[in-house]
Design a protein around this ligand. Sequence first.
Ligand SMILES: C[S@@+](CC[C@H](N)C(=O)[O-])C[C@H]1O[C@@H](n2cnc3c(N)ncnc32)[C@H](O)[C@@H]1O
Length: 234
Amino acid sequence: MESDSINVDPLELDKFSQLAHRWWDPNSEFKPLHEINPLRLNYIDRLTHLAGKTVLDVGCGGGILSESMAERGAAVTGIDLGDKALKVAKLHLLESGKQVNYRKVAVEELAREQPHHYDVVTCMEMLEHVPSPASTVKACAQLAKPGGWVFFSTINRNPKSYLFAVIGAEYVLNLLPRGTHDYAKFIKPSELARMARDAGLDVEEIIGMTYNPITKVYALGSDSNVNYIMAFRA
Ligand SMILES: C[S@@+](CC[C@H](N)C(=O)[O-])C[C@H]1O[C@@H](n2cnc3c(N)ncnc32)[C@H](O)[C@@H]1O
């Protein structure tokens, strides 16, 4: 990898590596990802019609979203820099019988290798874990075909998101291990939109993702104060 392309925080990779063996346990630390997956999958599928599309899933981890997009008929490549997560993702294919091409490669490096290659690029719950989200956004934009779709999901930065995503999820409800999220790395939609515009993407849509601690149900809707997904066109 070229030195200008290293955009990774080893401590962040380590956090996920230590838990990687539990990735497909729906009652583990990854429970929130399992529970939001049908929502984000249906959202992406509704906008892009995944069947027959070439899709890149950036920061794919154990492959929860990658596999589900493959199940909808997309030709999916999943990339991550975490060895253990990728190992788990590959092993799970043996169990599920799905087909996903998993690779350990930095998104910036893949952008040089395969510019304008994918119909759809997804990068979910990852931007808040990298040193330079703008670099990731730029690489994702370069990987999409002209007119292709690019999706990012991340966490907004405001008092409510601090309360819900850090205090609530990590300390009160124990949905996530303590230290999963660093408030300073949360990204406002306006900041993500600026990074994307600088990378040549057009904002298409923003949708909020909420968690109701009473009913324990996640939903998509207009409230993007905490978690949100943004859809762009290249
Ligand atoms: C919260 S998990 C999200 C996994 C998956 N995107 C999902 O939503 O189901 C964050 C993932 O980002 C990966 N990651 C962190 N920094 C990365 C980087 N610089 N390049 C690629 N993957 C990275 C971690 O290894 C981990 O798998």
